[in-house]
Design a protein around this ligand. Structure first.
Ligand code: JF5
Length: 227
C-alpha cells in the first residue's frame, strides 16, 4: 500500500516512521510519503490560505495550492481522504475496507479547512472513471488544530490490518470474531493477586469453553456500561 500525506507541518507526521509502521515500511509492506504543502505554494509570499468568501473568522486553504499537490500524486485507483470534524465517522469497518486499497492520500487541512471545490473537483465523473474516490472523515466529535493527528489515527488503524504488518495475526482474527468485532473483554496477567484484588477464578480454571463464555459476557457488560 502506498500512502501520501499532505500537510503544512510534515514534521508533525514523523511518528509514522516509528515502531510497527517503521518496520512495515522497512519490510516493503507500506510506503508512506509525507509532502509539504508549502512546496506547492503560489506567489512570492508562499501562502497556502486566504480569507473566506462570505466573511467570517479564520482562513481557508487555497484550492489552487491543494490541486498542485494533488495533481502530482493522483494516479489510477486512489482514495483521497480529507480529514474534517464534519466528515463521516471513521470506524473499524471503514479501516477494514481501506486496508485492502492500493493508494491512499490524506489531505490534512488547518485553519477553517480546505476550499470545498477540492472535494467537488476530484469527485467528478472523469476522476470516478479513473477509480479516484474522495472521502471526508472525522475521527471523533471534537475539533483539532489540523488534520495531522487525525490522519495518523486513521493510518495506524488501517495499516495494522494489512497482512504481515502485525507480528501476531491471532489478535486480528480474535478481534473480528467477537460480537462487536473489536470491543474487548477485561484482561489480566500475573500476579494472581495484586493489592488485594484477585484475578477472576474462571481464568485460572483451564476450562477454555467456560473462559470464552465468560469473556463474551464481560465484553457485553462493558459495552452496555460504556457505549
Ligand atoms: C480540521 C478544519 C480540519 O479537527 C479535525 C478532526 C476532528 N475529528 N476528525 C478530524 O480535523 C482538523 C479542523 C478544522 C479542517
Amino acid at each position: 500500500m502506498k500512502i501520501d500525506v499532505i500537510s503544512i507541518f510534515p514534521e508533525y507526521l514523523s511518528p509514522l516512521n516509528l515502531s510497527l509502521l517503521g518496520k512495515a515500511q522497512s519490510a516493503g509492506l507500506v510506503d508512506i510519503q509525507v509532502h509539504n504543502l508549502r512546496d506547492y505554494a503560489i506567489g512570492v509570499h508562499g501562502s497556502v490560505d486566504d480569507t473566506p468568501y462570505g466573511g467570517g473568522a479564520g482562513m481557508v486553504m487555497s484550492p489552487e495550492v491543494w490541486a498542485k499537490a494533488l495533481d502530482s500524486l493522483m494516479v489510477e485507483d486512489t482514495d483521497l481522504i480529507i480529514l474534517t470534524p464534519a466528515g463521516k465517522q471513521f470506524t473499524q469497518p471503514v479501516a477494514q475496507e481501506f486496508s485492502s486499497r492500493s493508494h491512499l492520500i490524506f489531505a490534512c487541512g488547518r485553519y477553517e479547512g480546505i476550499d470545498d471545490r477540492i472535494r467537488q473537483y476530484y469527485s467528478q465523473p472523469e476522476f470516478q472513471d479513473r477509480n479516484i474516490r474522495v472521502h471526508e472523515y472525522s475521527i471523533g466529535d471534537y475539533v483539532l488544530g489540523g488534520g495531522e493527528v487525525a490522519s495518523m489515527v486513521m493510518i495506524e488503524a488501517i495499516t495494522r490490518l494489512i497482512p504481515g504488518v502485525l507480528g501476531n495475526p491471532e489478535s486480528l482474527s480474535e478481534e473480528s470474531h467477537n460480537s462487536e468485532g473489536y470491543l474487548e473483554y477485561p484482561n489480566y496477567t500475573k500476579p494472581a493477586q495484586w493489592r488485594g484484588i484477585d484475578v477472576p477464578e474462571i481464568l485460572l480454571s483451564g476450562n477454555h469453553a467456560a473462559i470464552a463464555k465468560w469473556r463474551a459476557e464481560q465484553a457485553q457488560l462493558r459495552a452496555e456500561k460504556n457505549r
